[in-house]
Design a binder for this molecule. Structure first.
Ligand SMILES: [Zn+2]
Ligand SMILES: [Zn+2]
Length: 345
């Protein structure tokens, strides 16, 4: 099959023919119809800041397609089913996995990083990672449910415990943060503030329902501005990974507020106002990927017309164009949200 592969030490993808592995028991073979390009693919492919654990690596963790073959013992899917594949991989047998909390599994991984992903004509994968995609959801929008939409959903709904009528701040409105804005809207947030260093990303956030946008630069004290312009913050979700934003925002948090860290950064998190944190009972929590609840609940929100992701698809391209669009995503040319690869083109 044709695939976009990453060889060790390379800083670009190569299109090549790779042998298709056999379909083992409990596995399903999927003809890939769409696979999103994520920011983490930029770190993996262009910068080598993240590493794959196998070679040749086939990246791609936002995959949708059609089932073409069933392994022995597959019970929940039929040939011809439209499906979306979870981005997270896990052991499938520990207590956390059996309870449907796969992102708490000790062996958590990411499709494409520790096993073959969706930048290929076919993907062979365990049945337990699949979700049926209704006809109403195009493959491109279905694909991005796997990470770009489900990761912020888990962060806001389950780690942030966002309730109707609360005030939300989203810091960093790239491919994931932008969907936090859409989800906050869908979950009934009273007021949504979008924060970014890029004007184009803020325009995207406004299109998805942000009530206020703040262009961040060195002269802005974020916490002060949030305090002045909002009625305090109940849930703050950070996709930027810059901990100085968190320290600054602390003063704007309401009693019982939740700060959810999603963006991965290396800076230190210090607490300039520890009493404030204690007395207001502010919680700071991490959020990583999502669990078995996210994709089915998002499909329901989509069918209930609470979310629409058509604005998120910035273009659909051939596998051969993968390198070009990795660079275009990094350069933010034309305010892209998600570029999709379709191996059939
Ligand atoms: Zn991703
Ligand atoms: Zn497990």
């Amino acid at each position: 099959m044709k695939a976009a592969i990453l060889l060790p030490g390379e800083r670009s993808l190569k299109i090549d023919d790779v042998p298709i592995t056999e379909v083992k028991p409990k596995q399903v073979k999927i003809k890939v119809k769409a696979c999103g390009i994520c920011g983490s693919d930029i770190h993996l492919i262009l910068h080598g800041k993240m590493k794959a654990t196998y070679t040749p690596c086939i990246p791609g963790h936002e995959t949708s397609g059609v089932v073409t073959e069933l392994g022995e013992g597959v019970t929940k899917f039929q040939v011809g089913d439209r499906v979306v594949v979870s981005a997270g991989t896990s052991c499938g047998i520990c207590d956390k996995c059996l309870a449907g909390k796969e992102n708490l599994c000790e062996q958590i991984g990411v499709l494409g990083f520790n096993q073959r992903g969706g930048f290929a004509e076919y993907l062979i994968i365990e049945e337990r990672y699949l979700h049926k995609l209704p006809e109403s959801i195009p493959f491109e929008q279905g694909a991005i449910l796997a990470d770009a939409v489900s990761t912020p959903y888990h962060a806001l709904k389950y780690q942030g415990e966002l309730k109707k009528g609360e005030n939300v701040v989203v810091i960093g409105c790239g491919g994931l943060g932008i969907h936090a804005v859409a989800i906050a809207k869908a979950l009934g947030a009273a007021h949504i503030t979008a924060v970014d260093i890029d004007q184009g990303s803020l325009e995207n956030a406004e299109a998805y329902g942000a009530d206020l946008s703040i262009l961040l630069d060195k002269n802005i004290q974020l916490g002060k501005v949030l305090k002045e312009k909002t009625k305090g913050v109940d849930v703050l979700a950070d996709f930027s990974g810059h901990m100085s934003n968190i320290e600054s925002s602390l003063r704007a948090m309401n009693r019982g507020g939740r700060i959810v860290l999603v963006g991965i950064g290396r800076s230190k998190l210090e607490f300039p106002m520890p009493f404030f944190l204690i007395e207001r009972q502010i919680r700071i929590t991490g959020s990583y990927g999502s669990d078995s609840r996210a994709i089915p609940e998002l499909i329901q929100l989509y069918e209930d017309k609470q979310i629409n992701l058509s604005k998120s698809i910035s273009g659909v391209h051939k596998l051969e164009e993968a390198n070009e669009y990795l660079h275009a995503l990094e350069d933010k040319k034309g305010n892209p949200i998600r570029f999709i690869l379709n191996p059939e083109l």
